[in-house]
Structure formats: structure tokens, C-alpha cells
Design a protein around this ligand. Structure first.
Ligand SMILES: [Zn+2]
Length: 212
């Protein structure tokens, strides 16, 4: 049975690219691994791309990618976010941690991660979405709204506000590829317990961690 975990801002910042003391970030990452009883957790150098990396052991340095997949039991995979969707995919034989921002949704990185999980033997895949910006808070430029909502109709909310519903878009995109889709329904921007790039600009990153 795979395990999943989502941090709040009370566990501190896990991002090593947001101006925080690297020593502190590294210590927080180590304590999280100890708390979850796993070896060093695998983090990514996230770039809003659509590269999926399969790993079999905790890497010594973070690979540049936006999704990690493993079929190795007891290994922790982390995705860092502050508004983007932390998507954790679970099954009996493989798991994935996926960074789904607007770009990742458009480039279908989640479907790519699912295809790789299937190659590793996964059948019944469940999706869990952690704290991310909600449909009322994610206003974008009108042309961007038109472009994305015409590709994925579920992202459309209000043609006057131009606010995108990324979670609904993800749910639509995953469709029958997943047997279950759970959403924590926590808006990072509205929750004082979470980091939010839209609310704070200079801010930390919370994490979603999945362990097979
Ligand atoms: Zn919101």
C-alpha cells in the first residue's frame, strides 16, 4: 500500500532555489525522510518541462525533470509547490510525484508519467492532488485563458475573470486513466497554513511525497 504525505508551511520550506539557507533546507529534507522512515528523499530540479525520470534509488543530486516515477519500494519521491498542483500517483507496483503547473497540464506530463507507470506494470492507478491554487484565485491573461480553456474545457470558469481551474483540467485530462481522483480541496493562496507564490511572490515551497 503506497503512502502519501503533504506538508504545510509549518514544516518549513523545502525549496533549495528560493533564497533560503541551503543548510536549513537540507536539514528539513533529512528530518522529513526520518519522520517518514525512508532513505534520503528524491527531489527534482523542476523547470515546468515535461521530462519524466524513472529512478531506482535516491539520486545524489536532483535530476532536472518535473515528474519522478519508481517501482522501488520504500523510496520517497517529492514534488515541491507553492500554487502549482502536487500530483501523487499510486498503484501496487509503481508510484509517481508530478509537478503540474499550467505548462505541465498543457504538455500532458501526468499522462506521460502514467504511461511509464503502466510500462512498469501498474494497472489500477489512483491520483491525489494536494494544496494548490483554486479556480477563484488563478486569474491569467485573457489570451492564455482562451488558449487553455479551448484545449481543456474543464479549466474554464468565468470568461470575465479569466480564472483557470487547473485541478478540473487535470481531472478531465486523466479521465479513465485513473480509478480514483482525490483532491484535498485546499487553496494554497487562501490558506494561511501554506506557501503561495501568487500571494507572497518571495516564498517557500511545500512538498508532496509518495512512497511505494
Ligand atoms: Zn483560492
Amino acid at each position: 500500500m503506497a503512502r502519501i504525505y503533504f506538508s504545510s508551511r509549518h514544516s518549513g520550506n523545502f525549496g533549495d532555489h528560493v533564497g533560503d539557507d541551503p543548510g536549513l533546507v537540507s536539514r528539513r529534507r533529512s528530518s522529513l525522510a526520518r519522520a517518514l522512515s525512508v532513505p534520503p528523499i528524491a527531489f527534482m530540479n523542476q523547470v515546468h518541462g515535461n521530462v519524466v525520470q524513472v529512478i531506482t534509488e535516491a539520486p545524489t543530486s536532483a535530476p532536472t525533470c518535473d515528474a519522478l516515477v519508481t517501482s522501488q519500494r520504500g523510496l520517497g519521491l517529492a514534488v515541491m509547490v507553492a500554487d502549482c498542483i502536487p500530483l501523487l500517483l499510486t498503484s501496487d507496483v509503481a508510484v509517481a510525484a508530478v509537478h503540474v503547473g499550467r505548462a505541465g497540464l498543457v504538455s500532458e506530463i501526468s499522462l506521460k508519467a502514467i504511461a511509464i507507470m503502466r510500462d512498469l506494470g501498474a494497472h489500477q492507478i489512483a491520483a491525489t492532488v494536494g494544496p494548490s491554487i483554486c479556480r477563484n484565485c488563478y486569474e491569467v491573461a485573457p489570451h492564455m485563458y482562451q488558449e487553455i480553456s479551448s484545449q481543456l474545457s474543464a479549466t474554464a470558469t468565468n470568461d470575465l475573470l479569466h480564472s483557470l481551474d487547473l485541478v478540473a483540467g487535470l481531472r478531465q485530462q486523466l479521465g479513465s486513466q485513473v480509478v480514483d481522483f482525490s483532491d484535498l480541496h485546499i487553496c494554497a493562496k487562501e490558506s494561511s497554513d501554506h506557501f503561495s507564490y501568487r500571494r507572497e511572490q518571495e516564498t517557500g515551497r511545500q512538498v508532496g511525497v509518495v512512497i511505494l
